[in-house]
Write a protein that binds this ligand. Structure first.
Ligand code: GLN
Length: 290
């Protein structure tokens, strides 16, 4: 166990190596990156600077190291995390924004180019990263972010109020399974969602960090597809003819989700990969003539 005294006796770079070794021993996947991040959190400084740790900073770093070695997500320890070019509040009770989701947001932003004031709905919004990302790059958009969880709600409302320098999104408390009943037909230009999509098998074998994230944000039912079935069945009529649906998927779900979309009558469906080369985004449209 790394102690404050041991950390304070070392130059910063070696203190970081000691933290890294502790995190590696605990099985943390990116121990090098995490060690440098924890140093920055504890001191407010970069570990490449020579200033040695104060007793208080050493104490803070020892505590953060113990918590990370206990596999608390780094994002929760940091309390905030970057998504695209802005920063979101994050913590226990809400799904951490992930780099995988950036391409989902970028796809929607691309589709909205040339539309001055599109109406957008983000389903299962969590921190609001997808909806806020759209608002950030399509400032004329009117974006509503639906979230059901009481624990996630404070993060969404705070991010809606503060994450962007200008403009905001409207948080809406509600359940994706019934919210479609309240949307007038043909009133939305785009729906985006990163719904829960882990299978029962994946839920049972989550990484320790993911096991600290809310089940409600991850559990997609036995085959991981429950929310896709719901969204694909009930939300097409909410879109204007020609309107788009942009869904994040798990990397092995493209075929199933494309099949469900076709079965429900969606048009021009397509799949896009993330920057890791994994299938990540499903695109589907309401027919122009429908
Ligand atoms: N991408 C997340 C994971 O693999 C899952 C997010 C989700 O279910 N929407 O842990």
């Amino acid at each position: 166990m790394v102690t404050a005294a041991a950390l304070c006796a070392l130059p910063p770079r070696q203190a970081v190596r000691l933290v890294q070794a502790e995190l590696e021993a605990a099985g943390c996947p990116d121990a090098d990156f995490d060690a440098r991040e924890l140093y920055r959190l504890a001191t407010g400084r970069d570990s490449r600077l020579d200033d040695s740790l104060s007793a208080e900073e050493g104490q803070k770093l020892a505590e953060l190291t113990a918590r990370r070695a206990g596999r608390e997500p780094l994002q929760y320890l940091a309390g905030s995390w970057d998504f695209l070019d802005f920063t979101l509040r994050v913590g226990p009770g809400v799904l951490c924004p992930r780099a995988d989701s950036e391409v989902v947001c970028e796809t929607a932003i691309e589709l909205l180019q040339g539309k001055p004031a599109p109406e957008v709905l983000d389903l299962c919004a969590g921190t609001g990263c997808l909806g806020l990302g759209i608002k950030r790059f399509v400032p004329g958009a009117r974006v509503r972010c639906l979230e059901m969880s009481e624990e996630a709600w404070p993060y969404l409302t705070e991010n809606a109020a503060h994450a962007l320098p200008s403009g905001t999104v409207e948080p809406v408390r509600g359940d994706v399974k019934t919210f479609w009943q309240q949307i007038p037909e043909g009133s939305l230009d785009l729906i985006i969602s990163n719904p829960p999509y882990l299978t029962a098998e994946e839920m049972a074998h989550r990484m320790p960090e993911t096991a600290r994230e809310p089940e409600m944000a991850l559990d997609g039912g036995e085959d991981g597809l429950d929310f896709y079935r719901c969204i694909l069945r009930h939300y097409r009529r909410a879109l204007v003819p020609g309107g788009a649906l942009v869904l994040e998927i798990g990397c092995a779900q493209a075929r199933d989700v494309l099949g469900l979309a076709a079965g429900e009558g969606w048009q021009n469906t397509a799949c896009r990969k993330d920057y890791g080369g994994n299938d990540r985004v499903i695109l589907a449209y309401r027919g122009k003539e429908e």
